[in-house]
Design a protein. Structure first.
Length: 446
């Protein structure tokens, strides 16, 4: 049973364990690079883009316009999931992951040379929108492949939550690197950061892409996909098939992410415009606080993935959703004290309820689909949340605050997202500890 020139069934136990470690490292590092690209845009949007690309707009309107472009990347993510999910289930996880890394990295590097409004008027924003869309397509195909590359090498059904959480670990890594890069170059004298310094972190993406490609080219295809190829079970139209056979799982996966994704982008993107414009705290203070929050996530994401292996995926996830719904009110109450130490603590703590969901999330969603459709189904379900949750969240938060002049309205929005997540998660099937890594696991025929 050979695939791509190598028979993975002939690996010894130690060789299999080595490949598992390599797959986890490749997935985590590659995902960190892709999220660096995606979060870099998020961070700079709240700090720079409104001023450079919409200079004649009212500050509130300019922020809305900048976040509207930001949201385009999220609209594109389900498209990326559809495209790369199809090829991930047709030609393999590894090849698809290499393509997503290249697409994302080149689009991010191109942002570094986009002319501003002062040079070409509104066309600068148009080009920025196109590049943001390409970013979204790339990251839309990344998640499913990176999770499966790790999870499908795991032999122990009792450790899938932990193994699948490591690619999720790439999110705080990317967030940390993006904020660190912006913080470092924001130390430039005068208005140099606003004039051209913000472009350097985007240009550095080229170097990171080279590192990611080197690592990903050295891994093998997963045993699950190898088995599918050998048994000729590869579906010819996996995206159409999964929509027909697993519509409930796709929709539940999307709505289960409401209280994880929407608050995350409020806590890591909207906080910059709110912190500078309303709380009147410095850019560097906010960057440092978000950096600290991401460092804490280095521990909490894999820890929560591990705990989900012990108490059940759904139980862990629903605890996180409930905590998020409550914490939204606490978060804005702490921010509005005006105390720098309390504001800092609020930002640092903000990602813990998120991580309670994000740790077990990869396994929870991926386990819902059979092996031959897993890339397509999990990617589509995961990325559809980008349209209803992540993309609109900073835009909705900005509008709510402008409309009601109160952050309580934003906390209510977070609580509504939490309720939607609790209902959706309660309706999902928990496959914790069950064998889902055979080619035809929990098949469903319509």
């Amino acid at each position: 049973m050979a695939t791509l020139g190598f028979d993975v069934t002939r690996l010894t136990a130690s060789e299999h364990q080595l490949q598992l470690r390599r797959a986890v490292i490749a997935s985590t590092i590659g995902t960190a690079i892709e999220w660096y690209d995606f979060f870099l845009y998020s961070t700079v949007t709240g700090l720079v883009f409104a001023k450079l690309f919409f200079p004649h707009s009212d500050p509130w309107v300019g922020t809305l316009e900048a976040f509207a472009i930001y949201a385009v990347g999220f609209v594109a993510r389900p498209i990326g999931a559809a495209i790369f999910g199809h090829y991930g289930d047709r030609i393999g996880r590894k090849s698809t992951l290499i393509a997503t890394l290249l697409l994302m990295g080149l689009a991010t590097a191109a942002v570094a040379v986009v002319p501003t409004y002062a040079s070409i008027g509104i066309w600068g924003a148009v080009i920025l929108t196109v590049l943001r869309f390409i970013q979204g397509v790339g990251v839309g195909g990344e998640w499913g492949g990176s999770v499966l590359m790790s999870m499908e090498w795991a032999r122990n059904d009792q450790s899938r939550g932990l193994v699948a959480s490591w690619p999720q670990f790439g999110v705080p890594c990317g967030l940390f690197l993006a904020n660190l890069a912006v913080l470092a170059f924001s130390q430039m004298a005068g208005d140099q950061f606003l004039a051209w310094g913000w472009r350097i972190p985007f240009a550095l993406s080229i170097i990171l892409v080279g590192v990611g490609l080197y690592i990903r080219l050295g891994i093998l295809e997963t045993p699950v996909f190898s088995k599918l190829v050998a048994e000729r079970q590869v579906d010819r139209t996996p995206m159409l098939t999964v929509i027909r056979e697993y519509p409930k799982e796709i929709l539940l996966s999307a709505f289960a992410r409401m209280s994880e994704q929407a608050p995350f982008y409020i806590f890591t993107a909207f906080v910059f415009s709110y912190g500078i414009g309303t709380l009147h705290v410095s850019r560097d203070f906010l960057l440092t606080a978000v950096l600290s929050a991401s460092v804490l996530s280095f521990v909490s994401i894999p820890l929560c993935g591990h705990i989900s292996d012990q108490i059940g995926r759904k139980n862990m996830y629903m605890l996180g959703a409930a905590a998020t719904g409550i914490f939204g009110f606490i978060y804005f109450a702490m921010l509005n004290t005006g105390s720098l130490s309390i504001i800092f603590l609020a930002i640092v703590l903000s990602l813990i309820p998120h991580d309670m969901q994000y740790g077990p999330q990869a396994a929870l969603i991926a386990e819902s689909f059979t092996g031959r459709l897993r890339y397509s189904g999990s990617s589509l379900g995961y990325q559809l949340a980008s349209v209803i949750a992540g993309g609109p969240a900073p835009l909705i938060a900005t509008w709510l605050f402008g409309k009601f002049q109160s952050a309580t309205a934003i906390a209510v929005y977070i609580a509504i997202c939490a309720v939607m997540t609790l209902v959706a998660t309660a309706m999902m099937t928990d496959y914790t500890g069950k064998d889902i890594n055979t080619a035809g696991a929990h098949e469903r025929r319509s």
